[in-house]
Design a protein around this ligand. Structure first.
Ligand code: NAP
Length: 510
């Protein structure tokens, strides 16, 4: 397919953007700043209108000024007080309704028809579900019953964006897929995982498949192990109720960490089409060995932070343990840290362990992939007892300090033959003199263009849940480790470090 510019694609897709959860944190923190920044970059179509659909009694003016305040708070770099905002705000029209009130949806339908005459979005419509997942079902049902899921004329389209979490386990994810499938065709459904909108995550494919030096080495013959780490310094930030039900495995591993893993491990897709890419990702997820309950005990470690301290600028700030956080059960067994040793049973990766770990209240906020190559034979240098050579390591920094580096061995200057690891480093910030945009911008643009490559397909989320659900069930059924088992500000429980040693046996399964 010939390359078409994103600007041209966007221009061809005028649309109404109907926002559910329009008064929530995500809308204020991410969605509206992303939409406003896109409008500043001329990356929204000419015919565009935002239609918040919410239960609070507001008029356009109050709602617009709420959003303006949110912009000042969450996106201070954007001109919330300039004429650009005034122009953008003219494209926001509030509709009040309960989410389960069919009459509200009928009203929305009429309102959209009126707005189309003013904004000329040609019947195209995106429904963005940014409410808690408990509301997804009623919204999907009402969209179907009111006929809003179907375009009102030939050539028009309707799409739905669904926020995470997509399900709580395999069964609920399947149910949500089935409910969505009754009302929308798969091609209309865009399941968000905002990690896929990050430049550095997309760059994994470019790094692997646009550089002939890496791909021939990306297999069991040359790679010893791969580590994927998602670390946060934050605790639960007032979302204790939500996190109690979720835990780090549902919140981060099932979606973000596994998405990164699939991109690191997948075969080259036939094309860059959404389905070609997603076909390969699904194959990786299906090839990850499922654990028996006994294997869960051997190949996973879970943890929960106790009180400790976190670096805050120059200082250390004392922070409470997880069980002391608001909304958390004082005897909670929810994991705030989890580590896994996965095996991918396919020709490329047989025998190469993939260590995946995610945690809260870690010493640093970072998401990184480290690819450890097998060591070079030491026939030359070991014989002369110059110490053990460090293996080559390719590191992909997804956040912060986005970029990549390659660790190689080098002779230190001087008359002696001393060898030391050094880094070849690429930094996004200095290599390209343009700001890295928020992931939501890219994902919203793609939904407008109808490109689902960076969104999860139904079989993809189910494959991820089918891997994770048995682990969660085994954890639920077996005795929990003694929590807390790591201090806030540390890199997690001791056991997690042991997981990388072959032959590790974790806490005992009955
Ligand atoms: N916040 C984030 O950074 C973030 C990140 C990734 C994903 N998400 C996901 O995004 C979704 C929204 O999260 P959030 O943090 O924005 O939640 P939130 O701050 O609690 O906002 C929830 C929104 O849904 C509305 N809502 C809730 N129950 C409703 C009901 N029964 N009827 C009508 N409206 C209802 C709320 O309206 P009222 O104001 O009227 O209550 C509000 O607009 C969740 O699925 C979450 O997992 C959030």
């Amino acid at each position: 397919m010939p390359y078409r510019s994103v600007f041209a694609d966007v221009a061809k897709n005028p649309c109404a953007f109907v926002l559910f959860g329009a008064t929530g944190d995500l809308t204020r923190r991410k969605i509206v700043p992303a939409l406003f920044d896109l409008s500043l970059q001329k990356l929204l179509p000419e015919g565009f209108v935002i239609v918040p659909f919410a239960r609070r009694d507001k008029d356009d003016a109050t709602y617009r000024s709420d959003l303006q305040a949110a912009l000042r708070e969450f996106a201070p770099h954007l001109p919330a007080d300039g004429p650009e905002w005034e122009e953008f705000a003219r494209h926001i029209t509030y509709v009040r309704s309960e989410l389960n009130d069919l009459q509200g949806y009928d009203h929305l339908k009429k309102r959209l028809a009126e707005l189309d005459k003013e904004y000329h979005f040609q019947g195209n419509c995106i429904f963005y579900l940014a409410t808690p997942p408990e509301n997804f079902d009623e919204i999907i049902t009402c969209l179907g019953q009111s006929g809003l899921n179907k375009p009102d004329r030939a050539g028009a389209w309707r799409r739905i964006i669904v926020e995470k979490p997509f399900g709580y386990d395999l069964e609920s994810a399947r149910r949500l897929n089935t409910d969505l499938g009754k009302v929308f065709d798969e091609s209309q459904i865009f399941r968000i995982d905002h990690y896929l909108g990050k430049e550095t995550v997309q760059n994994i494919l470019v790094l692997r498949f646009a550089n002939s030096i890496f791909e021939p080495l990306f297999n069991k013959n040359y790679i010893d192990r791969i580590e994927i780490t998602v670390a946060e310094t934050l605790g639960v930030e007032g979302r204790g109720n939500y996190f109690e039900r979720s835990g780090i495995t549902r919140d981060i591993v099932q979606n973000h960490a596994l998405q990164v893993l699939t991109l690191v491990a997948m075969e080259p897709p036939m094309t860059l089409s959404a389905d070609a890419i997603r076909d390969e990702k699904v194959k990786v997820l299906q090839s990850i060995r499922r654990f028996t309950p006994q294997e869960v005990a051997r190949h996973t470690v879970r943890g929960q932070y106790g009180a400790g301290s976190i670096a805050s600028g120059e200082n250390e700030e004392a922070v409470p343990g997880y069980r002391e956080e608001a909304g958390v059960d004082p005897r909670s067994e929810t994991e705030t840290f989890a580590a896994f040793r996965f095996s991918i049973d396919n020709w490329r990766w047989a025998g190469v362990p993939f260590y995946v770990q995610a945690g809260k209240r870690m010493p640093k906020r970072l998401t990184e992939v480290h690819v450890y190559f097998k060591p070079a034979p030491e026939v030359l240098f070991a014989r002369l007892s110059y110490g053990q050579l460090q293996p080559n390591k390719l590191s992909l920094r997804i956040q912060p300090d986005e970029g990549a580096s390659l660790q190689i061995s080098s002779k230190t200057p001087g008359p002696e033959m001393h060898i030391q690891p050094v880094e070849m480093n690429f930094k996004y910030g200095s290599a390209f003199d343009v700001p890295i945009r928020d992931a939501y911008e890219r994902l919203i643009v793609d939904a407008i263009r109808g490109d689902a490559s960076l969104f999860a397909r139904n079989d993809e989320v189910e494959a991820a849940w089918s891997l994770i659900t048995p682990i969660l069930e085994a954890w639920r059924d077996y005795s929990c480790p003694i929590f807390p088992n790591y201090a806030a500000g540390s890199w997690g429980p001791e056991d997690a470090r042991d997981l990388t040693c072959r032959g590790y046996v974790g806490y005992s399964a009955p």
